[in-house]
Write a protein that binds this ligand. Structure first.
Ligand code: NAI
Length: 766
């Protein structure tokens, strides 16, 4: 007879399967689903099966939304929008609270449905996804209530088109719908084709709480339906998904004036320093890359570990990995469930194969029968290996080592993405230093994959732009207070001056300003403008200017106070020469230019971030960070006032700038060179190129080292700029042309567009 201790040693877990009968009854009763438009379900149309990826069983039939379905949904949303926006914030809050309550009531049902449709372990849908969905609606009910006082002068955008992926189906729906509704918008949402069911169950909740018809519309379908929504008459598109599709959407929306936020892929670093609590860090890996089968955009998919603890860490990691239970998602003791679809399984396998073909070694990570892949990691992997560069989007990490913190940062930032990062160290100094240097939108210190409705989430670089969650997330669903727009005259084609070769007699042509020095344009040409000859810059000049701006990194590190002093100095020097500038432009313009320098000097150390109320035991800091190099194309009129109105806020926040001065009247700006030179402005912080605005700004917008672009100018110019910027997914802001001497040409809105926020999670009182 075995002793109890022996039984305990050998005993396998018994299955503990969550009861799915209520969900299966619901599915059987429905069988097929139409869309949810104008508060009603449409009759089911031609479509496709949605399956349980764990078994391959068909769960239901989903309709493939056509362009007409999308148009009908957009009409319903449009019809409902005015009434919805007219409700008081408190009234909208009531609906959002009711939705949150109903989600809580149906928590079990929704968890099971999510797990059946997506394949994720019930432990995760029950303990992470669905509670966060409810939390999101509660949080945003609060924003609806506070909207008028917290966002004065802001108005809803109108109808928002929202396209979501399949990895967190209901949670992504909540991230999109809750803020949109709180702000007074109505929505048309397209769930991912693999996972539409919880969105359809959510539509029933909208009916249950009596949400006015048309406020939420759900059209199911694949990428074609998504593309139809992108092309429909909506006022905003919010997209979460692959970088490739994000790029296409940015291109389609170029020049339409529709607002866009993109939350795209990632290849996030997970850095383990030598003084880290290695056991905790291993648990962090489990929560990071082995959570949701690794189908997480912010997964810590690149583990970077300090060389002298690497062996010990890997030993612990492997032991822990072997204990993870791969199995039926509905089993409460399953750690790793099913991959969402065979297509995705094949994709994961093919990237792993490319990685091993290129020399990496795969530990674990075996594909099993059905839609299952065991957890694993790639070791002995070089930075250029496809497994290290591409988003695998499966339960496979990479493991590599580093010797110094600098090397860790270099590896961490060696990616086109910038969504998230985890840092493990028992030293606050080391951990926060790394957090500051990782170029990503979310950083977890001694933690991983923590989310909260109050904590903004979103990426840097090719991980997209815009944030979801918290105050900054709300701003993505609101239109900024209107200013009195002034139509701008089209820029004249530069008339190249014959014989303007600098070698031809005395050269009186003004110069460009690059890296703190006056530079002749690369082509040597010039063009006629009021007051003389302007240098005709070309793409090479733009490239030189971007390079110079890229080198001015100390500017951001100087801190707000030191930058403020430089801006005050500019203001003072400009004041001292006010008469001279007034003679070139006008008194009003000169006064406005001086005012801008003083104004943003005042702001430089006051545009604060926040600590937000996320989870207890954490300190969540929302930190505004400079983009790095910004491109700014100035309007043609009011050259001095407009230039200072645009460039001062950008540099106040720590950016370095490549500005294209007013094409038709650039000379007043060239007089600023001396002001900058005598004001301690480090070389390269402001670079000025002059010439054909639209030609130059396209080059600037397309440049990989430029992280954000502002453009004031013609509609055609803007379309081209947005198209060029879409290639590497940089945000473009196009403030209305206005009277740049007036007070609405300055303020916080300019600062907001000069930064993106980094959300840093620290343990606190835990
Ligand atoms: P995807 O980007 O194609 O799908 C996401 C959503 O976009 C779905 O709702 C889809 O129907 C829709 N969509 C597809 N093409 C569209 C188009 N042309 N216009 C508008 N909407 C469109 O991603 P997919 O193919 O499902 O997954 C491929 C890879 O993308 C994954 O392996 C992963 O690397 C990445 N991905 C990243 C996600 C993230 O959260 N960042 C989420 C899903 C996928």
């Amino acid at each position: 007879m075995s002793r109890v201790s022996e039984i305990m040693e050998t005993m396998e877990y018994g299955p503990s399967v969550e009861d799915s009968s209520a969900v299966r009854d619901w599915l059987a009763a429905k069988g097929e689903f139409g869309h949810f438009i104008g508060g009603k379900f449409t009759a089911p149309g031609a479509g496709f099966d949605t399956r349980d990826p764990a078994t391959g069983d068909v769960l239901a039939q989903i309709s493939q939304g056509s362009a007409d379905d999308v148009a009908a949904a957009v009409r319903a949303a449009r019809k409902a929008q005015r009434g919805w926006a007219k409700l008081s914030g408190s009234d909208r809050a009531r609906y959002l609270y009711a939705i949150a309550r109903h989600i809580q009531k149906r928590e079990r049902f929704l968890s099971v449905l999510e797990t059946l449709d997506n394949g994720k372990p019930i432990r995760e849908s029950r303990d992470a996804d669905i509670p966060l969905v409810a939390r999101h609606f509660y949080h945003h009910a609060g924003w609806a209530e506070l909207l008028d006082t917290q966002f004065p002068g802001h108005v809803p955008l109108g109808v928002c088109g929202q396209i979501i992926p399949w990895n967190f189906p209901l949670l992504m729906l909540a991230w999109k719908i809750a803020p949109a509704l709180a702000a007074g918008n109505t929505v048309v949402l397209k769930p991912a084709e693999y996972t539409s069911l919880t969105a359809l169950a959510f539509a029933e909740i909208c009916q249950e709480v009596g949400l006015p018809a048309g406020v939420v519309n759900i059209v199911t379908g694949d990428g074609e339906t998504g593309a139809a929504l992108v092309s429909a008459k909506v006022d905003k598109i919010a997209f979460t998904g692959s970088t490739e599709v994000g790029r296409k959407i940015a291109e389609t929306l170029a020049g339409t004036g529709r607002k866009l936020t993109l939350e795209l892929g990632g290849k996030s670093p997970f850095i383990v320093m030598e003084d880290a609590d290695l056991d905790a860090a291993v648990e962090g890996v489990v929560d990071s890359i082995w959570f949701n089968q690794g189908q997480v955009c912010c997964a810590g998919s690149r583990i970077l570990v300090a060389e002298n603890v690497a062996d010990r860490f890997e030993g612990l990691l492997q032991a822990r990995m072997e204990k993870l239970r791969l199995g039926p998602p509905l089993d409460k003791s399953t750690d790793i469930g099913a991959i969402v679809d065979p297509v995705q399984k094949d994709r994961i396998i093919s990237i792993c194969r490319a990685a091993t073909d290129a020399g990496a070694e795969l530990v674990g990570g075996n594909a099993a029968q059905g839609c299952f892949i065991a957890p694993g990691y790639l070791r002995r992997i070089q930075p250029a290996n496809p497994g290290m560069q591409q988003e695998i989007f499966g339960p496979i990490a990479t493991l590599s080592t580093f010797r110094t913190a600098d090397e860790a940062i270099e590896l961490a930032n060696n990616t086109r993405y910038g969504l998230a990062g985890s840092v493990w160290s028992e030293s606050a100094t080391v951990a926060t230093d790394l957090a500051a240097r990782i170029r990503a939108g979310v950083i977890w210190i001694n933690g991983a994959n923590m989310f909260d409705a109050a904590a903004p989430f979103g990426g840097y670089r090719e991980s997209g732009f815009g944030r979801e969650g918290g105050r900054v997330g709300m701003l993505e669903y609101l239109a900024e207070p209107k200013v009195k727009a002034v139509r701008e005259a089209e820029a004249k084609a530069p008339i190249v001056a014959p014989g303007s070769d600098p070698m031809d007699g005395i050269d009186r042509t003004a110069k460009l300003y690059i890296g703190g020095a006056q530079k002749r344009p690369d082509g040597g040409g010039s063009y006629r403008v009021p007051g003389g000859l302007a240098p005709l810059g070309n793409r090479k000049d733009i490239r030189n200017a971007v390079e110079a701006a890229g080198k001015a990194t100390k500017w951001a590190a100087m801190g707000g106070h030191a930058r403020a002093q430089v801006l005050y100095y500019i203001a003072e020097n400009l004041s001292a020469r006010a008469e001279e500038f007034a003679a070139r432009t006008s008194r009003t313009e000169t006064d406005a230019a001086i005012a801008r320098a003083f104004h943003y000097a005042a702001w430089a150390d006051k545009f604060d971030g926040a600590n937000v109320q996320a989870r207890s035991g954490t300190l969540v800091n929302v930190i505004p960070e400079a983009y790095g190099v910004m491109g700014i194309a100035c309007p043609n009129a009011q050259p001095l006032a407009a230039f200072m109105s645009l460039v001062m806020p950008a540099i106040a926040m720590g950016n370095s700038v490549v500005a294209i001065a007013a094409q038709d009247d650039p000379l007043p700006v060239t007089d600023l060179y001396q002001v900058f030179d005598t004001s301690d402005l480090p070389g390269g912080v402001v670079n000025i190129v002059i010439g054909s605005k639209d030609e130059l700004s396209q080059v600037l917008a397309a440049h990989d080292a430029v992280s954000a672009m502002w453009y004031v100018g013609s509609q055609t110019g803007l379309t081209q700029v947005e198209r060029s910027a879409g290639g590497n997914l940089k945000p473009v802001w196009s403030p209305e042309n206005r009277d740049w001497t007036k007070s609405d040409a300055q303020g916080e809105i300019f600062l907001r567009h000069a930064v993106h926020v980094k959300t840093v999670w620290l343990p606190y009182g835990a």
